[in-house]
Design a protein around this ligand. Structure first.
Ligand SMILES: N[C@@H](CCC(=O)N[C@@H](CS)C(=O)NCC(=O)O)C(=O)O
Length: 231
């Protein structure tokens, strides 16, 4: 978080194509909070452009600017927006408060690193020099099947079991998505793009349920390029 001289009155979302900032657009659409989007495009190396460093020294998205202050880290942004603009919405039922807290942190804390590491393994194989590719592929495939896949299976089973207990299909068991869902959807979308066969039917339905929401579709329309969902 950093101070800035931005005096715009409307909340600004610094949005990077094909990125986690899509979850912030979805949240703002659900809450019907007025906002502006400042769009940034990934470089050919898939990095965020340098100018994002003007609002976040780490140069990553999402970032929002509200009341002249820049806030980064999607978990912090989701919590900030719900507290300040939620107006009673996106609140879990009392019985789901602990789940809401858990999944809000688990999404970036435990699950995303696993998904990102699996993704990195897949691109190392693709980008390695042609002659050594078969050897690298073999090593990476062993690493993946011994280290990553058993762990991902544990996560996939735990998620299926949790969703089986939710009568509404949302992670905190309320009638509407809460912080847990805004945080988890993006992580699950990325996993689903990488190896959908590892995700169970309840998680697949969960992704579809989220994508079918009018607010999600509106956010998709406004945000532009997003490889993880269809308009
Ligand atoms: N844990 C951070 C992760 C931020 C992050 O890594 N964002 C990615 C987009 S999904 C990014 O900006 N990557 C571009 C880069 O690192 O150059 C969050 O949830 O906000």
């Amino acid at each position: 978080m950093s101070d800035s001289l931005n005096n715009e009155s409307k909340l600004v979302v610094h949005h990077l194509n094909n990125s986690r900032s899509q979850r912030i657009l979805w949240l703002l659409e659900e809450l019907e909070v007025p906002y502006e989007i400042k769009k940034y495009r990934r470089t050919p190396q898939l990095r965020a452009p340098e100018e994002l460093k003007a609002v976040n020294p780490l140069g990553t998205a999402p970032v929002i600017t509200d009341d002249g202050v820049n806030i980064s880290e999607s978990g912090a942004i989701v919590e900030y927006i719900i507290r300040k603009y939620g107006n009673g919405k996106a609140r879990p039922p009392t019985s789901g408060e602990v789940h809401d807290l858990y999944y809000s942190h688990y999404a970036e804390g435990s699950l995303m690193p696993l998904v990102v590491n699996k993704y990195i393994l897949s691109i190392i194989a693709e980008k390695s020099p042609f002659l050594v590719r078969p050897v690298i592929n073999m090593l990476l495939s062993q690493l993946s099947s011994r280290m990553f896949e058993p762990r991902m299976r544990l996560h996939a089973n735990a998620l299926e079991e949790h969703l089986a207990k939710s009568s509404t299909g949302w992670l905190a068991g309320g009638d509407e998505p809460t912080s847990a869902d805004y945080m988890m959807l993006t992580t699950l979308e990325m996993w689903n793009m990488l190896c959908p066969e590892m995700l169970g039917p309840r998680v697949q339905e969960y992704i579809k349920r989220s994508h079918d929401r009018a607010a999600f579709q509106k956010a998709l329309e406004k945000g532009g390029e997003y490889a993880y969902a269809k308009l």
